[in-house]
Design a protein around this ligand. Sequence first.
Ligand code: TYM
Length: 328
Amino acid sequence: MANRILTGIKPTGQLTLGNYIAVLKNLPKLMNQGDLFYFIADLHALTLPIEPNVLRQNSIDLAAFYLAAGLDPKKATLFLQSDVSAHAELNAIMQNYLYMGELSRMTQFKDKSAKMKESAIGLGLFAYPVLMASDIILYDANVVPVGEDQIQHVELTRDLVNRFNNRYGDVLVIPKYEVRKVGARIMSLSDPTVKMSKSDPKGDIFLKDDLAVIRKKIMSAVTDSGSEVKFDPENKPGISNLLTIYACLKDMSIEDAEKQFVNSRYGDFKKAVADAVVEELEPFQNRYKQIIETKAYEQVLKEGAEKASKVANVTLKRVQKAIGLLGK
Ligand code: TYM
């Protein structure tokens, strides 16, 4: 079977260097290794309150980011989740095959809901993994590139697929997650013990940040005691995170990055990391601006929705038939 590679990003908050490293950096390489379905998870963005204008703008930005990262619409399919109604339809079916106990064990749900009053937690936030499993299943995806925080959701998808196939025969493709060996979890620059998320302006590098601001953030990143540039996440989380960012952007191993800085002081090392990030993001931002100006994403999303719907509807029919829904 062909290599079907699928992943999505939620258009909430501002995209970070963590998202870039998890999904966008490898995009050109993966595009030559299989059939890519990359999407904007706008239905997932609704699981926490979001203003319509913000959702709209973030979705456009994200489409432009995928294209700026090198997604070639002739080789890969880029689409909005909400443009393909099969996602919602399969979600309605699959919610019967995942259980309350499983969903309440999901770390993401626990983290996000911990900060909320119970009366304000939407059902969608709880049922998030059902929709995510449906996203993956619809495209017969066998490879799902994600960051470390999404592994649990892909594993739950595997459980669901196995459960479904045991009951109905080999109907669904079993997916597997793919995380980077280096950089599966980029940490905050202001607190390197927590993940870089989309909501901490000091600790996050946002893809739309001014380049001077990015330099400043890196130069003021929290470092550790001592003076050696060494990869030691436990005792030197700040330096290890910066080394990880450097290694990812330069496509090198941590060992090689470490060797490069054996005799460097923290200040020189940080400057080299800032240079590497700026070198990567400057051309990326220029491409993004151009795509936004020409609105090149509009046609791509339109055609992407058509291509994605065709593939998704075939799987949806297969599922409907297998479980006994009559249909056309
Ligand atoms: P989202 O939008 O939170 O994040 C997009 C991708 O970025 C990864 N990521 C990180 N990787 C390394 N370091 C970080 N600090 C960091 N922060 C985020 C995430 O792991 C993710 O791969 N549920 C998904 C979206 C989704 C999806 C799917 C993904 C919906 N349906 C189907 C794959 C397949 C999410 O919220 O990603």
